[in-house]
Design a protein around this ligand. Structure first.
Ligand code: MV4
Length: 447
């Protein structure tokens, strides 16, 4: 087992990883920018190294600074958390070259899954259902138009280097094709330095359901059921739940098997997520694979009683998994509490938390790095807490979540709490019959 893990991240996830390391008897090294000097991950780690000024490029994304911190402190592994360097192939490779275990995917796997057209082709070859569309990248606009005419509109063009909705255009009719094509190319070229595009049939009003998987170094992969992430605003998830209200044992079995087959085909080791779109007929299609721990992992932990960070560390150290799949025993919901103003376009609201009180009681978990008096820096993402509620049924969890949200006190900054309270009373949300389009029709003005 590792003796010392460096955590190349900040905020709640850094704290989350430190907690598990402590329980496993593994020493921890925090790294921090000067903006995070007073952060709890710095305080709770066994050692802490300042790696640079506030901008991420010069601190949490600075590979030389982080490798130096690992060398100086003698860390034998690095946990990258999510975001930052967690899906950076170069960083994964440099860790390997330095003999430091990267707790995440190999450079090759990151590159393969990071290029969306390659990821899709890999999954199709492994027998995972994919959305009908172009066979890899489009060579020309004419090829795209011809394929769209054959398949029928609406279609969607996606940037192969994209993900999270960037460089993507929905096309409803032939006369929109040229503009969408040019816009998507310009956008992906500017954002990613790669203008490769591919085309798919547009799946209308789908659900976004992802399968949590864990693979070991011996070719075994298991799944820990699904998370429903359909409630998103501009590709930012606001709330996640498990089990999905639309899930059946048969669909879970089929999606779980597909996710495992896909992960096994690339020799995947560690925790990962296979994202699917599910259409109104219950047909599912591979969308993307995330080769990292995700923000919303705690809801899976609550319903399967697994510590996913511990699983990541164990498989990275060469421990074999049982290979059994896990289905939810409970119901869990996560609300992302962001320092944003939901009544004003979710505008970031950094600054000092002047008063703070966390809700408590049965079935409540809070993953957060903030405290009363903490100053939220403007440099990083605005999530300040995850409120995770578990219980026996969806109804119980929705009621408990509303109670916990009402008990939550955060003063000094605006937060997404009022949005979540309103959501808990929304008939469409309560019915469980929502799609990824749900928030497009939501009234944020009265928050
Ligand atoms: C789609 C789609 C419909 N049809 N692909 C959004 C992010 C990126 N990962 C892919 N996305 C979508 N791809 C086809 N062929 C609809 C979306 C989509 C979406 C997916 C999941 C969650 C929220 C979404 C919001 C808008 C669009």
């Amino acid at each position: 087992m590792f003796k010392k893990i460096l955590i190349a991240n900040r905020g709640e996830i850094a704290l989350r990883i430190i907690r598990t390391c402590r329980e496993m008897g593994i020493r921890t090294v925090a790294v921090y920018s000067t903006a995070d000097r007073d952060s709890l991950h710095v305080r709770f780690a066994d050692e802490a190294v300042c790696i640079g000024p506030p901008p991420s490029r010069q601190s949490y994304l600075s590979i030389p600074s982080i490798i130096s911190a690992a060398e100086v402190t003698g860390a034998d592994a690095i946990h990258p958390g999510y975001g930052f360097l967690s899906e950076n192939a170069e960083f994964s490779q440099i860790c390997a070259d330095y003999g430091i275990k990267f707790i995440g995917a190999t450079a090759e796997q990151i590159n393969m899954m990071g290029d969306k057209a390659t990821a899709k082709a890999t999954m199709r070859e492994a027998g995972v259902p994919v959305i009908p569309g172009s066979d890899g990248l489009l060579d020309s606009i004419e090829q795209g138009q011809q394929l769209a005419a054959e398949m029928g509109y609406p279609v969607i063009i996606k940037a192969t280097a994209g993900g999270g909705g960037r460089g993507m255009r929905v096309i409803k009719a032939e006369n929109e094709f040229e503009k969408a094509w040019n816009d998507a190319r310009t956008e992906s070229s500017a954002a990613f330095g790669n203008d490769g595009l591919y085309l798919e049939k547009f799946v209308e009003e789908p659900r976004h359901i992802e399968i949590q998987i864990v693979g070991d170094q011996y070719g075994k992969v298991c799944h820990l059921s699904e998370r429903d992430c359909s409630i998103q605003r501009r590709h930012q998830k606001l709330l996640e739940e498990t089990p999905s209200p639309i899930m059946t044992p048969e669909l879970r079995e089929a999606m779980g098997a597909a996710a495992i087959k896909g992960a096994q085909s690339i020799g995947y080791e560690g925790a990962g997520t296979v994202e699917f779109l599910v259409d109104k007929h219950g047909k599912f299609y591979f969308m993307e694979m995330n080769t990292r721990i995700q923000v919303e992992h705690p809801i899976t932990e609550e319903v399967t009683d697994f510590d996913l960070i511990k699983e990541q560390i164990k498989v990275a150290a060469g421990v074999a998994i049982s290979g059994r799949n896990y289905t939810p025993k409970l119901y869990a919901l996560e609300c992302r509490i962001n320092a944003e103003d939901p009544a004003n376009g979710f505008r970031p609201s950094p600054g000092k938390i002047t008063n703070l009180h966390f809700p408590g009681g049965h079935g409540i978990r809070i993953d957060s790095h903030v405290y009363s008096g903490y100053v939220i820096p403007p440099n990083y993402d605005s999530m300040i807490a995850k409120l995770i509620v578990s219980g026996q049924s969806r109804e119980e969890v929705l009621t408990r979540m509303k109670r916990a949200l009402q008990e939550f006190v955060i003063e000094g900054v605006k937060t997404t709490i009022p949005f979540h309270i309103k959501l808990m009373d929304d008939p469409g949300f309560k019915s469980g019959q929502f799609t990824t389009a749900f928030l497009e029709g939501f009234d944020f003005s009265s928050l």
